[in-house]
Design a protein around this ligand. Structure first.
Ligand SMILES: [Zn+2]
Ligand SMILES: [Zn+2]
Length: 724
């Protein structure tokens, strides 16, 4: 018997598979999809079995034997192996990197021995074979009496010297039991009764249970989408099937997870990036062992090894976080669609601000559109005010407008809560010297450094470069450093000064870096331990705080000014979503949006809460400029150690593409990328816009294999990038 094994191999574009002999002792054990240890050169490495066969293979190398099966529990299902092929084809990655992406830490294939993440806890019980119980102390007797009643007790509960004596005398024995790190003990709550509108949406999707139909659930903020998800999944579980619930951000996972624990108890596994490696490993095992029917998670949970899937739901489907920015650059929505077809089950894409692509597909009836137009209960959509910051500047209101200041005060006296959005972290976005003009810049990237006051550091938000801030200008040594640009850290400080009695909490990447911080901030704000929540876009989506009656957007122009074809869409979505955090219960909500562009069409659409108006405007713009959803995009970056080598190679790549694509395909560039110098490398960009082009993938593969393959230059291809 022989096995074809794919191994981790350090060549970017090439997969390496080798045939090995299967030792007779493994004949009945080995399966396709298993992780095995094989000899490779002088060392032992891990790989996955892709095929098992009897015929003597014709290979040019000496056949060696598989050393051992690494993990008899982990078997990649035929579905996951097909997904790996799909990923390879769609994103031009290698099959082995696709497989590695699907697996949690501890289960990936590596050259080094993987750390074992299995978690054990120690329990104690009476030794059944011990007849002579000689007791010398009262403490020991107590333990024995307890064990006679309870049989098994967690060692942590007793752990004293009497126990140690009993263990030494072998009267009591310790047993190690594998346990999971995450174990919730939440009581299951009864489900809420759905409104008529929710019930109708539920029924429409339920009617599509045995089809691979994609539904677009377009429901305004606060329309109660989560209750529909829960009811759908309960229905799926009744049919002995499983469900995958995806959310874009970790902060949302926390909130949805607790709703799901309340609905499904221990039948839920959670997968997201802020879990510890051990927790991820445990949650994955729960799924692999078929101990849970529901998985809630962020992007990579789309690879959860759920068998017998019954439904996939993607919440906030327009979020760019479903697309992975790093290799392999996959989009979880595409994988979900693949799985929906594989299992013949519905895929539900939900949002209050659907992506243009999804809305266009719904218009063409490729997706089935379901709308929710009412907020549940007595709540209504908030009132939106736009404030012209140019006028405010003249009144010296640099950060908070008169109206926003007044409203904050008003809400504070009424003990209602406030959310303020500022999509920039740090204290000041740049520091410059008024004497010599010096600006703190990242030496690796073409970008100014952001000042973080708490740590007194200057930080590059692109590559992470960090230096201590000096008191004087590093160039002319004068004490003439000035701080410009506003970040969340400074906003927090300003609020504390302006409203000294208020309790302010901040949520951004800087404070949520520590494990469990998301959860802590969200819970303490929900429990009304704070009055004002300041944050970046992390605070914009999905969060549900009944006491929030005011949402303020400090600078709506931040996302509008990003040079990207999606900046309008992102701005509309961000502002509409954050506005949706206000007035979610019986308190009336208000939203104040500060901008230097009060007449901007997108801002007007937000003010009128008109997705339809925004959609028509933006579609016309995309059609005119040949952007998605009218055209597909491919972004190619040629990255090099020097400006000249990168540019020269990019020009060659462009020439090759132009001579190999169809006439209708448009090739633009090379231009300098948004940030030309990044991580000490220069980046040039070529953009391809196309509608139908059968040979394009082949052309791209050829480029990857033949251009910029030397050490000083490389190519980075992004198919359907979410930003360019
Ligand atoms: Zn200076
Ligand atoms: Zn940098």
């Amino acid at each position: 018997m022989y096995a074809l094994v794919i191994v981790e191999y350090p060549v970017k574009t090439l997969d390496k598979t080798f045939t090995y002999k299967v030792p007779t002792t493994m004949y009945s054990l080995i399966k396709v999809g298993m992780k095995v240890e094989v000899p490779f050169g002088n060392s032992l490495i891990h790989g996955f079995v892709l095929n098992i066969f009897q015929k003597v293979p014709e290979v040019s190398y000496e056949l060696r034997e598989i050393n051992r099966i690494v993990d008899d529990e982990l078997i990649l299902s035929p579905e996951l192996l097909e997904i790996a092929d799909y990923l390879k084809e769609e994103t031009l990655c290698t099959k082995i990197s696709a497989i590695q992406t699907m697996l949690p830490p501890g289960l990936k294939a590596g050259k080094k021995k993987e750390k074992n993440y299995t978690h054990y806890e120690t329990y104690i019980k009476l030794n059944p074979s011990c007849r002579n119980i000689l007791i010398t102390s009262k403490g020991q007797q107590e333990i024995i009496d307890r064990l006679k009643v309870e049989k098994v007790v967690h060692q942590k509960e007793i752990n004293n010297s009497s126990l140690k004596t009993l263990l030494r005398k072998n009267i009591v024995i310790a047993v190690k039991v594998q346990t999971y790190r995450l174990n919730n003990q939440i009581e299951i709550k009864k489900e809420k009764v759905l409104t008529k509108e929710q019930e109708e949406a539920f029924t429409k999707i339920k009617n599509g249970f045995n089809t691979s139909q994609t539904f677009l659930l377009f429901g305004i903020t606060g329309s109660g989408k989560t209750e529909i998800y829960i009811k759908l999944i309960k229905e799926v579980i009744k049919q002995n099937k499983t469900a995958l619930m995806m959310v874009p951000e970790i902060s949302l996972t926390t909130q949805i997870a607790s709703r799901f624990y309340e609905a499904f108890g221990n039948d839920v596994a959670i997968l997201h990036s802020s879990l510890s490696k051990g927790e991820k490993y445990d949650e994955y095992l729960k799924i692999l062992r078929k101990e849970v029917s529901v998985v809630v998670g962020t992007r990579s949970s789309v690879f959860a090894p759920l068998e017998n899937l019954g439904i996939i739901i993607i919440d906030e489907e327009d979020s760019s976080s479903y697309k992975q920015d790093s290799y392999p650059k996959y989009n979880a929505k595409n994988i979900a669609e693949f799985r929906s077809k594989y299992h013949n089950i519905p895929l539900v894409l939900a949002s209050a601000t659907p992506s243009l692509e999804s809305k266009a597909r719904a218009d063409k009836e490729v997706y089935k559109l379901i709308t929710l137009n009412k907020r549940i209960g007595s709540s209504t959509l908030p009132e939106i005010h736009i404030v012209d910051m140019e006028k405010e500047m003249k009144k010296r209101n640099m950060i908070l407008s008169e109206l926003l200041q007044k409203k904050i005060k008003e809400k504070l006296t009424r003990h209602e809560q406030i959310i303020l959005l500022l999509n920039r972290r740090g204290y000041s976005t740049f520091i410059t010297c008024s004497n010599c003009g010096f600006v703190y810049k990242c030496p690796n990237c073409d970008i100014s450094l952001t000042y973080h006051k708490t740590s007194n550091n200057l930080q590059c938000h692109y590559c992470g470069y960090l230096i201590k801030k000096s008191e004087t200008c590093p160039k002319c040594e004068q004490t003439s450093l000035n701080y410009y640009g506003l970040g969340t850290e400074k906003l927090e400080q300003v609020l504390k000064e302006l409203y000294p009695d208020s309790r302010v909490i901040r949520m951004d990447q800087d404070v949520t870096g520590k494990k469990g911080m998301h959860e802590k901030i969200i819970n303490s704000f929900k429990n009304e331990e704070y009055d004002i929540l300041v944050g970046t876009q992390m605070v914009s989506k999905g969060l549900d705080f009944p006491k929030v009656s005011l949402v303020g957007v400090i600078n709506a122009d931040t996302s509008l000014n990003i040079p990207d074809f999606r900046s309008n869409e992102n701005t509309f979505s961000l502002l509409s979503q954050v506005a949706g955090r206000a007035g979610r219960s019986d308190i009336k909500g208000e939203v104040i949006i500060q901008t230097f562009n009060p007449d901007n069409f997108i801002i007007k659409c937000v003010e009128e809460a008109s997705y339809e108006k925004f959609y028509l405007y933006e579609m016309a713009f995309r059609r005119k400029l040949k952007y998605p959803p009218y055209y597909y995009l491919i972004g190619i970056k040629v990255v090099g150690k020097t400006y000249d080598t990168a540019l020269a190679e990019a020009a060659k790549v462009k020439k090759y593409i132009e001579s190999h694509v169809s006439e209708e395909t448009i090739t633009l560039g090379p231009t300098t990328a948004n940030i030309l110098k990044y991580n000490d490398e220069y980046r040039f960009q070529i953009i391809i816009k196309y509608r139908f082009d059968d040979s394009l993938k082949e052309t791209l593969k050829t480029i990857e294999e033949n251009y910029a393959t030397n050490k000083s230059c490389y190519i980075d291809i992004d198919i359907n990038p979410t930003r360019i």
